[in-house]
Every structure is written in C-alpha cells, then in structure tokens.
Design a protein around this ligand. Sequence first.
Ligand code: SAM
Length: 269
Amino acid sequence: MWNGVAGAWDAQADFVERHMATATTALLEAAGIGVGSEVLEVACGPGGAGIAAAGRAGDTGRVVLADVAPGMVEVAARRSADLPHVSTSVCDQAAIDAPDASFDAVICRHGLMFAAEPEAAVREASRVLRPGGRYAALTWDSRTANPWLGLLLDAVGAQFGTTFPPPGVPGPFSLDDPARLADALRGGGLEDVRVDRMSTPMSAPSLQGWWDRVQQLAGPLALVLPSLEPEVRNAIHDRALEYGRPVARAIENGVELPGSVLIGSGRRP
Ligand SMILES: C[S@@+](CC[C@H](N)C(=O)[O-])C[C@H]1O[C@@H](n2cnc3c(N)ncnc32)[C@H](O)[C@@H]1O
C-alpha cells in the first residue's frame, strides 16, 4: 500500500514538513536529540523527521532513515543525498536491521499505529537503544479531533454503509488514545513514559485543494479510490466536501481544518 503512495508523499513532502514543523520539533525534543546524537527514524516515509534530526545532530552525529516500503526509502535516500551522516535501511519497525544498543534515540512520526503489534514495535526500538536512550512516537489524536482526515474516511464509509478503515485493522487512528499509547510504550519496556497533545491544523488553498491533497497521501484512501467507478468516486468527493464545509475555517490563503497529534515518549532503562 505505502509503495503505491511514495510518489505522492514525495510530491507533498514540503507541505507535510510545514504542516508538522512544530510537532516535529516537539518530537525531537521528546527524543532528547542534540549535537552528536545517533538516531534511527522508523517508518520514515520521505524521511522528514529524520532529516530534521540530522540538522540537530550535526555531522558528529548519525541518522538512519528506515521504512518497510522500498519506494519510501528511495524517496528518503534522494531527499537526504547531500547529508553524509544520513543513511537508509529497508526494514519493518518490528524487525529493525541494527545491532542491540546502537542508537541514542529512535523516533517514529505517524508510523507506530500501523504496526501489527505496537507494543512489539516499541520493544524492538528499545532493543536498539543504548541504556538511557529515548524513544518518541507521534500518532494522530482522535478521528473527531482530525476532521481533515476523519471526514474523508467518513465519506468513504458512508458511501458503502460501513466504517472505513474497517475496525480491527491498523489505521491512522489506531493509537488515538493517550492511555493506549502510554500502555504500548510501557509494555515495550520504556520508563518515564509521557504523552502530550498538540494542535496541528491543516491548511489548503480551498476545500477542493484539501480533497486533492489528502486523498493522495492517505494510504488506505489512495488504494481504494482509483479502483472505484468514476460516479462512485465523485459521490465520495461531493460528500467529503459537504462534510468539510462546516468545519473548514477561512484563512488568508484558503481554508484550515482542525488537527491534533499525540507525542508519546520514554526512556530505555
Ligand atoms: C503516514 S506515513 C508517515 C511517513 C513519515 N514518517 C512522515 O511523517 O512523513 C506512514 C509510513 O509508515 C510506513 N510503515 C507502515 N507500516 C510499517 C511497518 N510495519 N514498519 C515500518 N514502516 C512502516 C509506511 O511505509 C509509511 O512510509
């Protein structure tokens, strides 16, 4: 699924970085990244959070950008090509291709909720952390706090009279509860666990611009929409815009829809 949207994530990478800039700074702080840090980013996609970490770590540090989708790793490699202290790796966050105790920090931005077993993924991250090293994961807050994505998924669900993505399948909102996120971090072996919430509204040139952007980025949607008949796709589009209209706030260059993330972190004993 994610290989199929690597091109769209590449094209939208600068927008994603602007959207996530403040939250990414908070993620790097929570992971304790500073000059000389050795950092692994798992589920890196185009690698924006890891590239930001590389800026902090400087050339006495080291950053590895890892993702399970080779298409995403290719994008991350290209985007970090001029940074000699950054390398890439294709691996699942639950089976990291690195020795025990080889990093000071592991970060994951919008990826932990896609793990089949988040607790196992945290335990694996903890394995590659040095004692005292820090893990930090950023996940989406609740669906209602993120109408910029929730409403598009609602529009697909309403079209088929179901919930989308189906319940029980890892999806963007699988770790939207601070208590559940904290449990996954503690269950994965971390100490001093904390979870913070941060507002991340999404802007777009218009409601149509919002639809164009998000339907390309959202993995499950990008997979489903192209396979539908044009009239079904149009019905979903019209419904999404109808849902979005009362929620979108007019701003100087377009519209803004509310968004919110959780930042969970902890320390390897
Ligand atoms: C929503 S994107 C986020 C990308 C990037 N971290 C960012 O914030 O720009 C989710 C990413 O998680 C990756 N992913 C999903 N499941 C994974 C897994 N089990 N192990 C590693 N990466 C995974 C996908 O390939 C995709 O690149």
